[in-house]
Write a protein that binds this ligand. Structure first.
Ligand code: FAD
Length: 422
């Protein structure tokens, strides 16, 4: 259970507790706080018997927060016997980061516990459009189906503001609504969703398959790889310094910070232009920096962006360096024809320069292509018998919600055929 406190009862609840305490100073309108919220709730369920989970609204307790040196949200503090212990955590936090900090404070790891053994027919790794569709088909075919996702389900599609090219949606649907519907539909046929779970070990051979998460070890008869892809990081000096502090990869998550400001969008494909159009409802000025002298986005999107008075362009250039203080202030870019380096003052930058597949946990156990995408046959089976791949993770040419869903349906049907020996 998470308890909300304020400046008046902080001493009583936090400093006088006999148990270790974790305190989250949060704010509203704060994308990293929104990211932390479900992670914090899940960790409270797991570790609540060993430590107190506390939240305090920073904006409502501003002076008190300042007196503790807390000036940003989220800031996570840890206490034992009334004294602050270990380093604070700030900014965009992942579940493994917070979990490791908690385990340092309580002195043991949940990973040391014996995992629960779970047998199932189909284990789907990744709950984006591909994974949820595979789960829908498999569970509807009465196969015992579990979806494990390292985050909350929905994938990249849930972070897309509006999707206008998914059939059957009267023209346009919010990405998060579409993905909520897909999850509910899969669950309605019996698929079990095990989200916010770290995968620790994975073994995939023709004869042996298991996947260990932080609290379970799954022994499935068939596995669907649907971990999708993630945005390629901007290959520029100081990207790591300003990631989340001016450099972003998701406009719908972080765009609201830039109301009335000047932002750069880096890239010129569909995602870059779609996100530019979204940002143009928030920012005052948008500069697209692109490596070619023309856009690769669809004609419809190009028409919209070229007619948008807030948008201007820097062509044939690569961003080489980011500069600022606490937050990003300037980008340096190099003209690829002349070699000339120039700079532009911006408040933020949104990067859409392609994707890289999330195949790291596979450790080469299935065949991948030179770019890291999983190779499949016509039935979308990988080089390992009973292991299928669907969606953006797969070696294919078009990566869209509709094609991910198509892959998911194909895999869902073929998994059933495989398991019944057809
Ligand atoms: C900015 C942007 C805009 C887009 N706009 C559109 C659009 O308008 N129309 C359209 O059709 N497509 C659009 N796309 C593309 C579309 O979102 C993707 O093609 C689609 O989401 C791919 O689905 P997927 O299920 O294969 O993968 P993803 O959506 O990437 O989902 C993968 C899931 O796997 C989980 N996962 C990752 N690694 C692990 C792991 N190790 N263990 C467990 N789980 C894991 C992730 O948390 C995620 O939930 C857009 C993409 C972006 C980035």
């Amino acid at each position: 259970m998470i308890r909300e406190v304020n400046a008046d009862n902080y001493e009583e609840v936090v400093l006088k507790s006999r148990r270790p305490v974790i305190v989250d100073f949060y704010s509203t309108d704060c994308p990293p706080c929104n990211q932390l919220e479900p992670i914090y709730e899940r960790l409270a369920e797991t570790y609540g018997e060993y430590m107190d989970f506390i939240k305090i609204y920073r904006q409502g307790n501003r002076e008190f927060a300042k007196s503790l040196g807390v000036t940003g949200s989220p800031t996570v503090l840890f206490y034992r016997d009334g004294k602050e212990v270990r380093e604070r955590l700030n900014g965009y936090l992942t579940k493994p980061e917070v979990r490791k900090a908690i385990e340092q404070v309580i002195g043991f790891s949940i990973m040391d516990r014996e995992p629960e053994r779970v047998e199932c027919d189909v284990l789907v790794l990744g709950g984006g459009p591909a994974g949820l569709t595979a789960a829908l088909y498999a569970s509807r075919a009465k196969l015992d189906t579990v979806v494990v996702d390292e985050g909350v389900t929905g994938g990249q599609a849930a972070n897309t503001y509006y999707i206008e090219n998914y059939p059957g949606t009267s023209g346009s649907i919010e990405g998060k609504t579409l993905m909520k519907n897909m999850r509910e539909q899969a669950e309605s046929f019996g698929a079990v969703i095990d989200d916010l779970k770290e995968i620790i070990e994975i073994k995939l051979t023709d004869t042996e398959k298991y996947v260990r998460t932080e609290d379970k070890i799954y022994f499935p008869k068939a596995v669907v790889l649907a971990m999708g892809a993630q945005p390629r990081k901007l290959p520029a000096e100081n990207e790591d310094v300003f990631r989340g502090k001016g450099i972003h990869y998701c406009a719908i998550c972080d765009g609201s910070m830039y109301e009335g400001k000047h932002v750069a969008v880096i890239g010129g494909g569909n995602s870059a232009i779609q996100e530019t159009l979204y940002l143009s409802n928030i920012a005052d000025k948008i500069t697209i920096i692109h490596e070619f002298d023309n856009l690769q986005a669809s004609k419809v999107l190009q028409d919209k962006v070229f007619n948008n008075p807030k948008v201007n362009f820097i062509w044939e250039s690569h961003v080489t360096k980011a500069e600022g203080n606490e937050m990003l202030k300037r980008l340096f870019y190099k003209n690829l024809k002349t070699g000339e380096v120039s700079s532009i003052d911006v408040d933020g930058a949104f990067v859409y320069i392609g994707l890289s597949p999330k195949t790291d946990i596979l450790n080469g156990q299935v065949e991948i292509n030179q770019y890291g995408y999983v190779k499949t046959d016509e039935d979308l089976m990988t080089s390992v018998k009973g292991v299928f791949a669907a969606g953006d993770i797969r070696d294919k040419k078009v990566r869209q919600v509709a094609t991910a869903v198509g892959d998911g349906a194909t895999v869902g049907v073929n998994v059933e055929r495989y398991l019944s020996g057809i």
